[in-house]
Design a protein around this ligand. Structure first.
Ligand code: FES
Length: 171
């Protein structure tokens, strides 16, 4: 049984929600704990924080940082903010999509069966983020939490191949 399945959504919320905390702070704590914000926590979060389910859902989907399913084994987070855009991040995004066969931010759009469809070829997830604090070294990205700056298509290919290799070695 994985860690998440061992924790009931109610317990997960009670573990992290403290009086006076903002919803965003509680969501951060939950995601830091189990890697994402399980949809089943929306109802207990709403009850605990005296909010509607729609308000909780709205905050989760508004902030790109929050995910509603576990991260893909190789998760690429590309900065799409202004400084990186001026240095070609959109062309880089197209290259990455062609290279991986995945779409950016597919994880934000769930299928009707409730499952995310981020798990494209090779279990890769592509996510847009907005400023990684590396504006002077743009375009910037993270691959599985590791920061990379001045990323070119060639540099991405090498980083991506290395990340895929690491995943294959752990299977
Ligand atoms: S705009 Fe991309 S790192 Fe700041």
């Amino acid at each position: 049984m994985d860690r998440l399945n061992a924790i009931a959504p109610e317990d997960l919320v009670q573990r992290h929600a403290r009086p006076g905390m903002s919803l965003v702070a509680v969501l951060h704590a939950i995601q830091d704990d189990v890697g994402f914000v399980p949809p089943a926590t929306i109802a207990p979060l709403a009850r605990t924080m005296s909010l509607s389910r729609a308000e909780v859902h709205g905050v989760i989907t508004y902030y790109h940082h929050f995910r509603q399913s576990p991260a893909a084994p190789v998760t690429v987070q590309l900065c799409r903010a202004e400084a990186c855009r001026s240095m070609g991040t959109e062309a880089l995004a197209k290259h990455i999509e062609a290279r991986t066969g995945c779409r950016f931010d597919a994880h934000k759009h769930q299928n009707h069966d409730g499952h995310d469809h981020h798990a494209c070829a090779g279990a890769v997830g592509l996510e847009s983020v907005y400023c990684l604090g590396q504006c002077a070294l743009s375009p910037a990205m993270m691959i599985n939490g590791e920061l990379h700056a001045k990323v070119t298509p060639q540099k991405f290919d090498a980083l991506f191949a290395a990340a895929m290799k690491r995943v294959e070695e752990t299977v």
